[in-house]
Design a protein around this ligand. Structure first.
Ligand code: ADP
Length: 736
């Protein structure tokens, strides 16, 4: 098998036509004999980066991985593709291990997965002396660092093992999560020699992030699940009790779900987990005890019923969606109560054997992390950027692919209500939190109101006809606009914010948003039409049948992305079948006929499923433009952010226009020299130029958490007018 070309391996074994970002660079560096450290986001395709070199080199590659529960799956997946691999860990009996090592000595495997604890055992050491080890791959390499969350002491023994080998093999290390400290630990502890380091960033482009402020979370869940029938998803709750409640609720609504939390017996947990992995139940309600070591690739949504305690946990849990690269949703249902619970948990955390100073420092750090998590739930800005900035990947260009970027809304004059809310805070002497203020404004008879005598205020009951959720939303918006500030201590008291002064002017107006909704993204080419979707469902059934027969998880047979491509291409012969992304030669031989039979049968009843070779007939969407009439509807403001301009433009556009993106504003102003790009530490930013400044584009200089400066842009009236004129002027070009 040696001397194979990586492109040929990719095509013949994996059935993919091209490498993803970074893969080829990593593979070629390894093949040139270089030690490598690669940081790629989950689902970025790390496995291929070491598996392909393993096949192209002579000898054996050892893959050290901490997740023994995953090894079997990974080895199954390789063998299903026709790549000979084995695993060695405590799940096997001694006799099985000896047999595997015996086979390995005779050249039966190119790749062997091994648990770190096994490396320095006498039998393993004598095995590696007898064979050629061409590469050692350290998967989940962050486990070596005590800075990381998943430190594994046994990882520290890897170097000792390598040094015992007769010849030092190439060393390649992979992880999805690595801060600078962790990165340095990996390089230093494992003594990588003159390594090639590839950092692909943390962004998971296929994940759509969304935060919903909901009082009735169950209603949201039910609607969501009904709209996404058959999709696999995880619903995370913060407590076992919530898991039970949500589970019962969904079952009463006749939705088939599983559940998982540490209060259940081991057997029950295992069964629920297996049912989920094997697609026997499509949805699981769980605490954060669920998910470690689960590699299910077709999870289409992760809904957080409660806010987690920090962004690190959130991103890790949400990141279990869409490992196969297919579009998936990560939705967080936020309510103020979540903050109260998390704060309570941190404040009442019990520390064993640690002195008070240390526990106080940990608590303080936890509270800071929680505050960041809350800010995520309350920000109006791009959610993806918020997360990336948190991990030090700073950018101020909106993603146009998250709930906040795609939110469209109208604003309305709520100056009177804003003044009422601020008066209530004034009467409360700036001493109470959101809930007491809301209860007072709505004229509640609650114990708190009685206890604090807020029912004697002049503002008591002034907003009694407004729903609680709406008052809460107004308060959040007033916080974001700077009229109110929320203290950072555990009481989270409402006080006057810096912009409060402006309201003293009797003519000052406050605009708040209404009718928020998330704009549907434009139809994109990877979406299936109704007919293709029906075929996709049949193909899924076929996959499930084969998976049951072979006792494997369905996604090991073919991923969802492959079945979708199959539904679109509707291949009816071997050649066409091999063109489907994710179909390699071995899988074609094994499964091709079963799937083609289904497709042939389907195509007899629906001949139109076969893609026509002639040009496709689709309604053509044209680039964004405005008519004179539409332009009149644009509401100019003193200052607008890119997001606000985008939201306003998409409300008034013609139906055949593509969506207007924040990026379009940047591109236009850059083209006329009012904005320019600059780069700091490999991150691209935009800033206003002298010309831009003269025409009302302002930079607000900010410093990120990591100390990197960046600017937030706002566009004055003159810039808004210039943009609108331009959008009218391009109309002619676009419709011609
Ligand atoms: P990671 O280990 O980085 O989380 P995986 O190696 O499991 O990611 O890959 C995630 C998914 O992407 C798998 O389904 C894999 O087959 C697929 N994949 C990897 N590389 C490619 C590629 N070049 N083209 C298409 N799909 C790919």
């Amino acid at each position: 098998m040696s001397c194979m070309n990586p492109n040929t391996v990719l095509r013949n074994y994996y059935g993919y036509s091209s490498f993803r970002e970074g893969q080829f660079e990593i593979i070629s560096n390894i093949l040139n004999g270089k030690d490598t450290l690669a940081i790629m986001p989950t689902g970025g395709g790390k496995s291929i980066c070491f598996q392909i070199p393993a096949l192209c080199m002579s000898g054996i590659t050892l893959v050290i991985s901490p997740l023994i529960s995953l090894m079997k799956d990974q080895v199954d997946a390789l063998n299903t593709m026709g790549i000979h691999a084995a695993y060695i860990n405590s799940l096997l009996k001694e006799a099985q291990i000896n047999k595997a090592l015996q086979n390995a000595k005779q050249g039966a495997y190119k790749i062997i997965y091994v648990a770190p604890e096994r490396l320095n055992t006498p039998s393993f050491l004598s095995f590696v002396e007898a064979v050629e080890i061409s590469m050692i791959t350290v998967d989940e390499a962050h486990c070596i660092s005590q800075w990381g969350q998943d430190f594994r002491p046994s990882y520290l023994k890897i170097l000792e093992f390598i040094e015992k080998l007769p010849k030092r093999p190439i060393l390649s290390c992979f992880t999805a999560t690595a801060t600078k400290e962790v990165r340095e630990d990996i390089l230093c502890i494992l003594k990588l020699q003159n390594p090639f380091v590839q950092i692909n960033g943390f962004d998971r482009k296929n994940l759509f992030f969304q935060v919903e402020h909901r009082k009735n979370k169950n209603r949201f869940l039910l609607d969501y699940i009904q709209k996404h029938k058959g999709e696999s998803g995880i619903i995370y709750c913060s407590t076992r009790k919530n898991v039970e409640n949500v589970y019962e609720f969904l079952r009463e609504e006749h939705i088939q779900v599983g559940r998982y939390h540490a209060g259940m017996g081991i057997e029950d947990r295992k069964k629920e987990q297996d049912d989920f992995i094997q697609d026997r139940t499509s949805i699981i309600v769980a605490t954060n005890a669920f998910g470690m070591g689960i590699d299910k690739s077709n999870v289409r949504f992760v809904i957080h019923y409660n806010m987690p305690s920090c962004i690190e946990n959130y991103y890790q849990e949400a990141g279990r969606a869409g490992r196969d690269g297919e579009k998936s949703n990560c939705i967080l249902l936020y309510s103020g109560q979540d903050s109260v619970i998390q704060r309570f948990l941190i404040e009442n955390k019990v520390f064993n054997e640690q002195d008070e100073e240390i526990s106080a420092a940990i608590k303080e750090k936890d509270l800071l992390r929680l505050k960041k998590m809350e800010s995520y739930c309350q920000t109006e800005n791009c959610l993806r950027n918020f997360i990336l900035n948190y991990f030090g990947q700073v950018t101020n260009i909106s993603c146009d692919n998250c709930g906040n970027c795609l939110k469209v809304y109208e604003t309305e004059d709520r100056s009177e209500e804003a003044r009422t809310i601020l008066n209530c805070i004034y009467e409360a002497n700036q001493r109470y939190g959101v809930n007491v203020i809301i209860q007072t404004l709505r004229g509640s008879q609650s114990e708190k109101v009685k206890q604090y005598h807020t029912n004697t205020y002049r503002t008591y009951g002034k907003l009694k006809d407004v729903k609680e959720d709406i008052v809460r939303e107004w308060i959040y918006q007033l916080i974001q606009q700077g009229y109110i500030r929320q203290t950072e201590d555990s009481y989270r008291v409402l006080q006057f914010g810096p912009k409060m002064k402006e309201l003293k002017h009797p003519n000052a107006k406050v605009f708040l948003r209404k009718n928020e909704q998330i704009q549907e993204k434009e139809e994109n080419s990877d979406k299936l039409n109704t007919l293709q979707y029906s075929l996709f469902l049949l193909l899924k059934e076929t996959r499930l049948k084969i998976a049951r027969e072979e006792g494997k998880p369905p996604y090991i047979i073919f991923g969802d992305a492959t079945l979708k491509d199959m539904a679109k291409k509707a291949p009816t012969n071997t050649l066409e079948f091999l063109k489907v992304s994710g179909v390699g030669e071995v899988k074609e031989k094994k499964y091709g006929k079963s799937f083609r039979d289904v497709i042939l049968h389907f195509a007899m009843e629906h001949p139109e499923i076969k893609p026509s070779k002639k040009g496709k007939k689709t309604t053509k969407m044209v680039p964004f433009y405005l008519t004179q009439e539409q332009a009149k509807e644009f509401l100019y403001q003193e200052e607008m952010t890119g997001l606000e301009i985008k939201g306003a433009l998409n409300m008034i556009k013609s139906s055949n226009c593509k969506d207007f993106l924040v990026k379009d504003i940047a591109d236009y102003f850059e083209s006329i020299g009012w904005l320019e790009k600059y780069v700091v530490d490999n991150h691209v930013f935009l800033k206003t130029t002298q010309l831009g400044l003269e025409h009302g584009i302002l930079n607000e200089e900010k410093i990120s958490k990591k100390g990197i400066p960046y600017s937030a842009l706002s566009y004055g009236k003159e810039a808004q007018e210039k943009l609108i004129q331009y959008l009218i002027s391009i109309r002619k070009e676009n419709i011609e």
